[in-house]
Design a protein around this ligand. Structure first.
Ligand code: PMP
Length: 437
């Protein structure tokens, strides 16, 4: 299998390079490769598999749509499943948002919904420039990539959207203001305010601002609640639609249904994908009705009515609700943090552990070099890569992220048990020790 992949698959292939296994079976947090090895999957479809692989509620819901009579492809026409899906989704949203909200089905991927959001805010405001954040990630399509803060994936693509202004994200470990923590965040929001108000910067009334509440691919970096509230005030005062990208953070992963709830704010545009389709492809945009002044047919696309994905999404939402998996995610996240604190005491290469709920990043640093003025050591992507390889040897699948590729990311399914957290952390501790040798 792997030889064929290397021979025929695009040079742009990504995950198989670092996770060189062929998966035959999957259940819960586990995947079994073709040699029969059972791995702990803490990548879980890049955060898609909230209920893990093949959860019975999801399988049952999908099977129900396969009765041979039910339509599988309906463009975006109305169906009972779609109706139920919208009702379930809206029941999760804060009422002062849902009572003013509209929904647009966007297509299979997160990036599809990002593209829709760009069009929506540009059409609605009649403006063209956008505000985004360093370290942010919004997808690989042309528009979404233009908004992505990391240079890596975009530096070889000429002519991306140029009307995007990148602002500093409150990444406290390496705060661009030389200040960490809440103080850094406060300075950060003031800096943003001044940047927007200074005509010299050329940011003349943007069409919108997009952000992740916890930067996922950027290395599990959570924005402080105060900073988020400041940003909400700044955007509201200036009439800038705030687009919150919850493609990765949505549906309980951070310990709340949606990560923006931690700060008690609401977006103008909410982008959802990954877990919303209960393992199958689906993305939607939910937005304030005041922005809904684009014309009929202004946004369409063939594959926006995936009935199986909607049925799987309904089952996912109901299971999270019944089993309080959002609260469980918060508790399991704390358990991870306790383990990582102990591992950090024994390791010289763990610089920072951060995240929210079951979205956690461990930043690997090079202590053989000099620290910066803040006392933070340089990123160590080579060692992070070695740790990932040592994790693979111990049948633990984790992914790397962060601005320098030096953050080991944990995105396990929300159904992870305390014992499984302990086992994952024990394997990770061994992997770190082996890689440091
Ligand atoms: N936004 C965020 C926050 C994401 O994490 C991702 C995917 N990792 C995307 C957008 C893009 O989603 P997709 O890969 O489905 O296009």
């Amino acid at each position: 299998y792997l030889t064929n992949q290397e021979r025929w698959e695009s040079n742009a292939r990504s995950y198989p390079r670092r996770i060189p296994i062929a998966i035959r079976e999957a259940s819960g947090i586990h995947v079994t490769d073709i040699e029969g090895n059972v791995h702990y999957d803490c990548l879980a479809g890049a955060g898609t598999l909230a209920l893990g692989h093949n959860h019975p509620a999801v399988i049952e819901a999908i099977k129900k749509t396969l009765d041979g009579k039910y339509p599988l492809h309906t463009l975006d026409l109305t169906t009972p499943i779609k109706d139920e899906f919208v009702e379930e989704l809206f029941s999760l949203l804060p009422s002062h948002f849902s009572s003013r909200a509209k929904i647009q089905f966007c297509g299979p991927t997160g990036a599809d919904a990002i593209e829709a959001a760009l069009k929506l805010v540009k059409t609605s405001t009649g403006k063209r420039s956008l505000l985004s954040f360093h370290g942010g990630y919004h997808g690989m399509t042309h528009g979404a990539l233009s908004l992505t803060g990391n240079k890596g994936p975009k530096e070889h693509v000429p002519g991306l959207m140029s009307d995007v202004h990148f602002l500093p994200y409150p990444y406290s470990y390496r705060c661009p203001f030389g200040l960490g923590g809440d103080l850094g965040a406060e300075v950060g929001s003031r800096f943003i305010q001044r940047t927007l108000d200074d005509p010299e910067n050329g940011i003349v009334s943007p069409a919108g601002m997009i952000l992740e509440v916890v930067q996922g691919e950027g290395g599990a970096v959570p924005a402080p609640d105060d900073w988020l509230r400041d940003i909400r005030t700044i955007t509201r005062d200036r009439g800038i639609p705030l687009i919150i990208d919850e493609v990765q953070t949505g549906f309980g992963r951070t310990g709340q249904w949606f990560a923006f709830e931690h700060a008690g704010i609401v977006p103008d545009v909410l982008i959802l994908s990954k877990a919303i389709g209960g393992s199958l492809p689906l993305s939607v945009m939910v937005y304030d009705k005041d922005l809904d002044n684009w014309s009929p047919g202004a946004h369409s696309g063939t594959f926006r009515g995936n009935q199986m994905a909607m049925a799987a999404g309904i089952a996912t939402i109901r299971t999270i609700r019944q089993e309080r998996l959002d609260k469980h995610a918060a508790q399991m996240g704390e358990r991870f943090f306790r383990h990582f604190a102990q591992i950090g005491e024994r390791s010289i290469s763990i610089g920072d552990v951060r995240g929210r709920g079951l979205m956690i990043g461990v930043e690997i640093i090079d202590t053989s070099r000099d620290p910066d003025l803040l006392g933070s050591y340089p990123a160590h992507p080579e060692l992070a890569r070695k740790i990932q390889q040592e994790c693979m040897k111990r049948k633990l699948i984790v992914e790397l992220g962060g601005r320098h590729g030096s953050v080991v990311r944990f995105l396990p399914p929300l159904i992870i048990t305390p014992e499984q957290v302990d086992e994952v952390c024990s394997r990770f501790a061994d992997a770190v020790e082996a890689a440091e040798k």
